[in-house]
Structures are given as structure tokens and as C-alpha cells.
Design a protein around this ligand. Structure first.
Ligand code: ISL
Ligand code: CA
Length: 548
């Protein structure tokens, strides 16, 4: 029944609000996605992760769900989802949906009932205390909000419009099973489980000590019953389907990943770990910007690549709807995006794990080019600006940090062509299209053989051709100490893939190829026309297949 299809998949993340608008109301929708399936098929990906499309008041763009079994009318109807599934399966594409069950919307019927009285049967679906403790949530502010009707406080680890569910209550767990079953029966192939390692909380609700950020973190991350809950969900529902789960796990380490994804434990198929996205910040908080050093990135990647050699599985990604765009990140010059976009993809996607490409990454979309930070509308950005303004920070630091970290950066409409609204819509979109759509767009790049898009297509094709090496190849970092080059091999006996990438904007010499005399060599990818045995061009990336 269960296969490991997810280990060979290449997954593409769609942020529905910004992908494709079919009815010209300025908001992406399900029919819009259907109309672009041939593009995705042609790109070569074989699975889509769809960010939430359920009914939602959109306080957090759909990560606040008011009805799990209904579709947000801005995206369409349940029939449109059925059509999407059908059209995807026709094309041999799988679909995984976002499962956001750490919290609901405060407009969910459960919460509306829960807050009316302590005796209401739904009251115990949420987490209440007479007095708040000192925890703060992910968006920087206090994690408890007062509810006058019951004279209590409810817990919300995100915005106050996102009350946390009480997983201690068996009825809540049954509801989650019902939701999963509903979508699996519809033909969905799995779930991306939002902040899944927050669902179990230490029931003592002790005050936290860290005074700066995420106060109380150690009591609400990887709580005491996390593994039990996941195993229960598997046993009762997931194990009956050939589906996969990818857990979004925040602040997890290698040991956590192993426990969560060890096949024999039946918890998750894989997780997203965020350590590598934190090498350019302090304390895992993106607002606290830190100078990027390649060595630090490699140390994190090495740690997990070596650590997950024999058991456990994770996701390989560097963009998503919460991250800034990668163009211009990691100290890479924005003006050299023609090379760096291809270089980054080569450096990351041949690591061991399942690749995730975020919409627009394949054409090198950039951060939102705002003049003023008042243009940002994301709930996290708005909440964090408020918090930052209370702290002893200069306005210029706040501006720099917000421009760098706002999630709106990744959420601008997909740039399909150079028309007024970039082919995304014929109506002004909910979030402004980037000015560079005239240059950076799918239509241009499809025509241009040397484009980022065509490089991604080629990379994906090659990824599939060398599936065994990608799944099983043993990882070795060939230059762990270099601050310029990231070079590694993935080896199975006398066969290997060799990845050579240069993170610097100047030529860098190396002697790596001397090691492989006697091997036959085939260059599979190169973001330059030329190749030299002894050096890499600025931001050059090369993938070589070697065999004896
Ligand atoms: O976005 C982050 C940093 O910028 C993370 O801290 C993020 O809040 C965290 O990874 C949880 O993200 C997920 O759950 C949130 C939602 O806002 C995010 O979009 C989602 O990916 C609450 O549901
Ligand atoms: Ca629409």
C-alpha cells in the first residue's frame, strides 16, 4: 500500500492568491491553476504543494481557517478542487494540501461557540487560562488574548485571530482525522502540515525565561505528546492511503528529525528544517540580520546531510511563501541573477532530500520593490513593525530589516508575461506586481534557451534521470572550509554526481578534479558555456556525472 514515491518527487509550491487569476478579480484561484498545469508539467515537476485554499477570513492569507471542509469562494468551489485533482492526475501530477491544524481562525464555528461560555461543548477545543503566562508568539507579540465573555485568556502562538487548538482534547484529534480523510478520499496525495511540532504543549504552561523573543518556546515546541499524536493520526487515517506528509517543523534539530521521520515510527514522511535559512540571522529570527558566510551555510547543510545518511528524510528548499526571495540573498549580487539563480538551484537540489521549488523561483523573481515599508500588508510584517517600534531600534534599522524579511517579498503575483498585470490577471492584483515583470517573466524565458527557466527544466530532467544517485548517493562535502566554493559528491560505488559551485563574484581556483583521474566524465549542467578543470568562473555551477 505505502510506497516511498515522495522520495523521488520534485515538488512545486503554489501560493494560490498569487499564481493565476482566471476570473479577473485580481486574486489567483483554482481554475487559474488548472489553466497553468501544462506549464508545470512541461517544467517537469511531479507534485504540487498547494498553500491553503479553505474558507478563511484571510487574517493570515488562509493560514487562519474558518471551515476546513469548504473552499474559500475567492478561490472557487469544491468542484474546482475536484477538477484540479482530476486534471492533475491525468497529467501524472500529485497534489498535497496544506493542513493547518495547530490553530483555526477566530471565525471558525468552533471558536465562535467556544468563547461564549465555559460550559459550551466547544470551549475545550481551545486553550484557556484565567491568567496569561509570559509567552510571546511567532509574530512577536503576547501569545494570550482576553475573552470578556468567559473572563479568560486564550492562547494563540500566531496572530490573535488564530487561536490554538487543544490537542489534549480527543474530539479535536477526531476532527483532524475527519478532515484528512475527507481530502484523501477526494484523491489528494498528502499534506504539508503547518507548524506541526507545536500541536502538543507542556500542560504546566510555565513562564519562559528567554526575555527577547519567543518567550516560552521550550514549552510549546516538540511538546510531550507530539509523537503520540502523529502516530495516532497515522494509525487511524494516513496509513490507509499511499500518501505523504511533510511537517513544517520550527526550531527542530537532527535528533527531532530522525524521530519524526524514521520510517518504522510512522509519524511524518519528511520535514522542513529551517536551520539553513537562519544562517543570515541571529537566534533563528530573520529580523535580526546577520552577515552571510558560506562556511556557516555549509556547516548546517553538512550537519543534516551526514546526520540523515542512514535514517530520516527531509526537504531541500531555499524559498517559500514565508522567506524573502533568494535573488540577492546569501551575499549574491542581484545584478548577476542570470548566474546566481542557476548556481543556487544546482548547489541545493542535488543534496539528499526532496526538492521543493517555490513559484517564481524558476524565473528568478525578486523581492517586492517597495519605496516605503508602509506598502507591506502581511499580518506578520504589520505585527512585527509595531513590536519593533517599541524597542530601542533606529528607524533605518527597522526599515532595512523589514524590507529584507517581509513575507510579501515572496507573495507578489507570478510574472507570466510583460502585460500590465504580468499575465496574472487583467485586473489590479491584491498585491502589486513587481516593476521588473517586463524583463523577468515566463514568456521571455521560455523563448530564451539560456534563461533561468530553461536551466530549471534541464536540471529537473537530469534530476529524474539520475534518480538512484539522488536518492541513495552518499554525500561528501569536498571543501568544508572554503568560504567561496560549495562542492560535494553523491556517490554510489563507482558512480557519482559531482556538484561544483562558486558563491563568489570572481574566479576561484581548485584542484578537485585531480581526484577523479580514471573516471569517465560527463558534464550534465553548466551555467556558463566554458568549463575549465582548474577553476570556476564567478557564480559558476557545474554538475558532472563520473563513472568508472
Ligand atoms: O515566517 C516565519 C518567519 O518569517 C516563520 O516563523 C513562520 O511564522 C513559521 O514558520 C510558521 O509558518 C507557518 O505557519 C504560520 C503561517 O503564517 C505561515 O505562513 C506558515 O508557513 C501560521 O499558520
Ligand atoms: Ca480570481
Amino acid at each position: 500500500m505505502k510506497t516511498n514515491w515522495f522520495k523521488d518527487a520534485i515538488i512545486y509550491q503554489i501560493y494560490p492568491q498569487s499564481f493565476m487569476d482566471s476570473n479577473d478579480d485580481g486574486i489567483g484561484d483554482l481554475k487559474g491553476i488548472v489553466s497553468r498545469l501544462d506549464y508545470l508539467k512541461d517544467l517537469g515537476i511531479n507534485c504540487i504543494w498547494l498553500s491553503p485554499i479553505y474558507k478563511s477570513p484571510m487574517a493570515d492569507n488562509g493560514y487562519d481557517i474558518s471551515d476546513y471542509l469548504d473552499i474559500n469562494p475567492i478561490y472557487g468551489k469544491m468542484d474546482d478542487l475536484k477538477l484540479l485533482i482530476e486534471e492533475m492526475h491525468k497529467r501524472n501530477l500529485r497534489l498535497i494540501m496544506d493542513l493547518v491544524v495547530n490553530h483555526t481562525s477566530d471565525e471558525h464555528e468552533w471558536f465562535k461557540a467556544a468563547k461564549t461560555s465555559k460550559d459550551n461543548p466547544y470551549h475545550d477545543y481551545y486553550i484557556w487560562r484565567d491568567k496569561p503566562n509570559n509567552w510571546t508568539g511567532f509574530f512577536g507579540d503576547k501569545a494570550w488574548t482576553y475573552n470578556p465573555e468567559t473572563n479568560e485568556y486564550y492562547l494563540h502562538l500566531f496572530n490573535k485571530a488564530q487561536p490554538d487548538l487543544n490537542w489534549e482534547n480527543e474530539k479535536v484529534r477526531e476532527e483532524v482525522k475527519k478532515i484528512c480523510k475527507y481530502y484523501l478520499d477526494l484523491g489528494v496525495d498528502g499534506f504539508r502540515c503547518d507548524v506541526i511540532n507545536l500541536i502538543s504543549k507542556d500542560q504546566n504552561f510555565k513562564n519562559g525565561h528567554n526575555k527577547l523573543i519567543l518567550v516560552g518556546k521550550k514549552y510549546f515546541i516538540n511538546g510531550p505528546r507530539l509523537h503520540e499524536y502523529l502516530q495516532e493520526l497515522n494509525k487511524d487515517v494516513l496509513s490507509n492511503y499511499d500518501c505523504m506528509t511533510v511537517g513544517e517543523t520550527v526550531f527542530t534539530n537532527l535528533e527531532d528529525i530522525k524521530l519524526l521521520t524514521d520510517e518504522s515510527r510512522n509519524e511524518l514522511s519528511m520535514v522542513f528544517n529551517f536551520d539553513h535559512t537562519s544562517v543570515d540571522n541571529y537566534l533563528g529570527v530573520k529580523w535580526l540580520m546577520r552577515r552571510f558566510k558560506l562556511k556557516r551555510l555549509k556547516k548546517v547543510l553538512d550537519h543534516y546531510q551526514y546526520g540523515l545518511k542512514d535514517s530520516g528524510w527531509y526537504s531541500i528548499f531555499y524559498e517559500n511563501h514565508d522567506q524573502r526571495r533568494s535573488v540577492g540573498r546569501f551575499n549574491l549580487k542581484e545584478s548577476k541573477a542570470f548566474y546566481t539563480t542557476k548556481m543556487l538551484a544546482t548547489a541545493f537540489y542535488f543534496l539528499k532530500g526532496t526538492p521543493y521549488i517555490y513559484q517564481g523561483e524558476e524565473i528568478g523573481m525578486t523581492n517586492l520593490d517597495v519605496e516605503s515599508i508602509d506598502e507591506f500588508i502581511d499580518v506578520e510584517t504589520v505585527d512585527v513593525i509595531k513590536v519593533m517600534k517599541k524597542l530601542p531600534l533606529t528607524m533605518s534599522y527597522i526599515e532595512k530589516s523589514i524590507k529584507n524579511g517581509s513575507r510579501d517579498n515572496a507573495r507578489t503575483p507570478m510574472q507570466w508575461d510583460d502585460s500590465t498585470y504580468a499575465g496574472f490577471s487583467n485586473h489590479e492584483p491584491w498585491l502589486r506586481v513587481n516593476h521588473n515583470k517586463d524583463v523577468i517573466n515566463v514568456k521571455n524565458q521560455l523563448k530564451d534557451q539560456s534563461s533561468t527557466l530553461n536551466y530549471f527544466k534541464k536540471l529537473i530532467k537530469i534530476y529524474k534521470e539520475y534518480q538512484i544517485l539522488n536518492r541513495e548517493g552518499v554525500y561528501k562535502d569536498l571543501l568544508p572550509k572554503s568560504n567561496s566554493l560549495f562542492c560535494y559528491e553523491r556517490r554510489c560505488g563507482n558512480e557519482l554526481l559531482l556538484v561544483l559551485t562558486n558563491f563568489k563574484d570572481h574566479k576561484v581556483k581548485h584542484k578537485l578534479l585531480n581526484k577523479y583521474q580514471g573516471f569517465k566524465q560527463k558534464i550534465l549542467l553548466n551555467n556558463y558555456d566554458n568549463f575549465d578543470n582548474s577553476y570556476l568562473e564567478p557564480y559558476q555551477a557545474i554538475l558532472i556525472y563520473l563513472s568508472k
